[in-house]
Design a protein around this ligand. Structure first.
Ligand code: TYD
Length: 395
């Protein structure tokens, strides 16, 4: 019998992307207990109690994939690769956000699904064929009727947000051609454990996938991974290339190598997750201590890039306004609001002034390289950077 075994408790957490307007501060926010566990049979790691999609993904969704050069470049490189390798006549993106990926393809060829109508409208306004729908069988049937079958389906950082994975793949099977390709991209569980990035878990991230778990789900739907790319994106992601079983494409060595790597690390083993949980508890203590030490010296700390991930870190470690004076972020929909739970003000990013800021805390640590490049003067002039992964430290 399959059993869900909990291994990590990240405490009471607010909705990770629910940046608060000033007038919302008088109300108490709803909090949800965030616990993480593993299914002992499928080895699928998930949060214990997923919330309804409608609470999290609606017309107020603040996330924009176009906010980082890293993502834009990654989408462009992948698009070039797809065009050269697969020549798709029709391409569908599940979770198309503001169209940062689809814009690399012709409007005639592309279809975007995005349940958050505010971001879906951005892509539509550029002339793309988009649907403001959740990905399920009804949506697949509707799109099939209007557009016919699809050659290539791409989805980045979206499938991990959908609770019913069987429905995800049943819906994909409705619309994908027999020789069609699916490309999925999500944070890697192996990298999450190696780097102690427990903030990959928040209410939207229902799952953090391993290849082992993905293969266990796919086999129920006659699908299989034939190639994997390990990416640096979002602190280490996997890009899974998937086909129908009867498609003759060769399964290459990357799949076995990745599977072996995961088994060697112990992703099949509950013990591995228990020791991860211990490291996470230790990381919490160390981060708090670090903040306290810096604040005791009366230094000013500013958060850089406010993320769903930082919601987990700040609420779990109980780091609030006392430690972080404010956040800066380039996303318009996050500015002049307050961080969920911890209520730290968020302002427009206008560069960093060494006279006013001593330390930045990297909420967007996953874009560390991009940010270090951008802020080289701040660092050269003595500005310091706090990061919590793989261990809390100043760099
Ligand atoms: P991301 O890590 O993609 O978000 P999440 O954890 O919510 O999935 O978000 C990165 C955030 O950092 C986004 O709000 C934009 C912001 N950002 C900056 O403000 N400046 C930058 O230079 C970069 C790269 C990101």
């Amino acid at each position: 019998m399959s059993k869900y075994l909990k291994f990590l408790d990240l405490g009471n957490q607010p909705l990770a992307n629910n940046y608060l307007r000033k007038d919302q501060l008088i109300k108490k926010e709803k909090k949800y207990r965030l616990k993480v566990g593993i299914n002992n049979e499928s080895k699928l790691v998930s949060i214990e109690k997923p919330l309804s999609s409608k609470i999290m993904f609606n017309q107020n969704y603040p996330y924009r994939s176009s906010m980082s050069k890293t993502m834009i470049k990654s989408f462009k490189n992948l698009s070039d690769f797809i065009k050269k390798k697969f020549h798709p006549k029709k391409i569908l993106e599940i979770g198309s956000n503001d169209g940062s990926f689809l814009k690399n393809f012709s409007k005639k060829k592309s279809i975007g699904i995005e349940p958050c109508s505010n971001v879906e409208q951005i892509t539509k306004s550029k002339g793309y064929n988009t649907y403001s729908e959740y990905w399920n069988k009804n949506t697949a049937k509707k799109i099939l009727k209007k557009n016919g079958k699809i050659d290539l389906i791409y989805s980045a950082n979206t499938i991990s947000h959908i609770q019913n994975l069987d429905e995800v793949f049943k819906s994909i099977n409705i619309i994908l051609k027999d020789n069609g390709i699916i490309i999925l991209e999500d944070p890697s569980l192996l990298e999450c454990l190696k780097r102690n990035t427990y903030d990959q878990f928040y209410n939207e991230h229902i799952y953090v996938f391993s290849l082992i778990a993905i293969e266990n789900i796919l086999k129920k739907h006659n699908l299989e991974v034939f190639h994997i790319q390990n990416l640096k994106i979002h602190g280490g992601s996997n890009r899974y290339f998937i086909k129908k079983k009867n498609n003759k494409i060769k399964i290459d060595l990357s799949v076995k190598l990745n599977r072996d790597k995961e088994i060697r690390y112990g992703l099949n083993n509950l013990k591995t997750y228990r020791s991860f949980a211990k490291r996470v508890q230790k990381s919490k203590k160390l981060l708090k201590k670090l903040f306290m030490k810096i604040k005791n010296k009366k230094k000013i700390i500013v958060g850089y890039g406010v993320t769903a991930k930082s919601t987990t870190v700040l609420n779990y470690c109980k780091i609030g306004k006392k430690y972080i004076s404010y956040f800066v972020d380039t996303t318009l929909d996050k500015q002049n609001k307050y961080t969920p739970g911890t209520r730290i003000p968020i302002f427009e990013y206008k560069g960093l002034d060494n006279k006013k800021i001593d330390y930045i805390f990297l909420g967007a640590w996953n874009f560390k390289d991009e940010i270090f490049k951008k802020e080289k003067n701040f660092i050269k002039n003595g500005g310091k950077v706090i990061i919590h992964t793989p261990v809390p430290k100043i760099i």
